[in-house]
Design a protein around this ligand. Sequence first.
Ligand code: SF4
Length: 710
Amino acid sequence: DGSTPDMQVRTTCPYCGVGCGVVMKPDPTAPHGWRAQGDPAHPANFGRLCSKGSALGETIGPEGRLLHPVVDGRRATWDAALDRIAAGFRDTIAQYGPDSVAFYLSGQILTEDYYVANKLAKGFLGTANVDTNSRLCMASSVAGHKRAFGSDTVPGAYEDLDEADLLVLVGSNAAWCHPILWQRMQANRLRRGARIVVIDPRATATTDGIDLHLAIAPGTDALLFEGLLVHLAEAGRHDRAFVETHTNGLADAFAAAFARAGTIETVAAGTGLKAAEVATFFHLVAETERTVTLYSQGVNQSHQGVDKVAAILNVHLATGRIGRPGMGPFSLTGQPNAMGGREVGGLANQLAAHMDFTPEAIDRVGRFWGATAMAGKPGLKAVDLFQAVEAGTVRALWIMGTNPAVSLPEADRVRAALGRLDLLVVSEVIGSNDTLGAGLSGPAHVRLPAAAWGEKNGTVTNSERRISRQRPFRPLPGEARPDWWALAEVGRRLGHGQAFAFADAAAVYREHAALSAFENGGARDFDLGAHAHLDRAGYDALEPVQWPLPAGARRGRARLFDDGRFFTPDGRARFQVPGEPALAARPDADAPLLLNTGRIRDQWHTMTRTGLSPTLGRHLPEPFVEVHPADAAWFGLTDGGLARLSNRHGAAVLRVVVAPGQRRGSVFAPIHWSDDNAGQARIGALVAAVTDPISGQPESKATPVAIAPV
Ligand code: SF4
């Protein structure tokens, strides 16, 4: 995996799930010698970049990099560090069994990294304790897709956003979080007159100037869509032929919806909306066949996220508006490679290549890998995994490319739990963060210097199932190495040299593609058989392509389910009955406000990269909390003053922004800042570790908190 320093390089943005193509051009006037431009040939962005992508050249400097392995606080060689990991994992398994070791990965790492981690754990260590921060991102969509479609399939493509007549965004601030897709939606609006509805408790940049903003009460989205299901039947918009031929279960879903949300007045009362607003929304959807419903973290990050997804999918199945141009449900992925991670089994409840832990799949994957210790059951999901660390049942943990001491719910507990591990391995590009612990005396026993964006070589998959290459254009600094290589070296040290003898990232990708097609891969949605023999030159030249891509296919498929065939055993989609909408915890005298968390326009996750850009830092330079003016007056807060947010899980001190668009009774705070970069500012410390019972995704949008001036 070398570099190509003398020429421009086509690569893919490392931030959000839009997955924009980037051209990095040498430029002696740029801060680090490289300037980022949009790739005009990439079908996600056609040459455009948002503020974060445009500033990529500012973020590739050497500041703060971890440049050599560290073992027990001392500089070490790679050999010593890898020997220590292999011995630690071997001894832990010998003493406590395979489920005492775990991996916690990231939607930031590449598909090739994910593949090798998954193979090592599930095929050679005998544990499925491989989870990822994608659990916090879109696990509810994964579960919703699988329940309805029989597979984790995004049915549509970005071109549907260009061709829709109505775009409904649910729980999404796309103008800040998926800016290039938002630009495509705006272009559709200007060019074709598409209308835009946003369903979000708070006013955001995305609600500016749109056709309808439904400032819904937190946690009631499913009720709104159940009401819509009823209204569409009354308006004669259910597609009876599609429902009868291609689905099961509408009668039960409809009966439940009718009982809970049978009239517009009932829906209005339950969602806190005006009846006229509800009626306008229902009418718009009824009259607009080409409707795309886009949903993001406001739906997924919920203790009822799977129910919310189900209520949205039910509407599209009932109307047959799925898999056809300009219509369908569309999950907006948060991270750049949450999709690619899932494709190789990056979630603890998946095996590999979209296979589950069925006896047939365990046997098939085990034979393909030549596995010596196949995991036989799903592993621990993220929140459960760290509770197992706290309880002492997980004793060796390898964290890669993520900062759970900031980002996981009840982050104080998570940070404390890390100190209990017999072996904590952290693969990182930087030398200091809350998970590593400040300075060399922190809890990480082994710190591995990871290759960063611009140095790594591999693939990512964006929200529309499009695989794109991340290509290196900088040499690896110091002793930094790709994550897949470190994982393979540990596999080799554990006696599995043949299974982990990957010459390069292309070899990893080729094996991943071959596994997806092994023994009738086409029976599943995810099939990359056309790449099973891709050589290094083909890999290097790979153009962005959507899966499925079975053997012999020359082009990917923009849409699935257009033929009405789903991946359930009988080929029919399944309506689901959502549970009764309810908050996980209600505000009370001790914690009278609901905390909603999210992103801002110009920062990414815990700011490891975006925090290096002076341009991006000018947007919103410090951690803040948005408060409705009436709440600010009630709690004695002033705009620009400091406030302390607290509850029984933790506390944070943030700048007050009095915002009329904030919903009364709720406050909003961004996720990016941490104790490492901004004092007491880890908002994850306040979020309760309450999860959806099916997806395991935490409720990050409605945690009761107290607020007081500082
Ligand atoms: Fe990167 Fe997302 Fe911005 Fe595209 S929209 S440039 S992928 S952050």
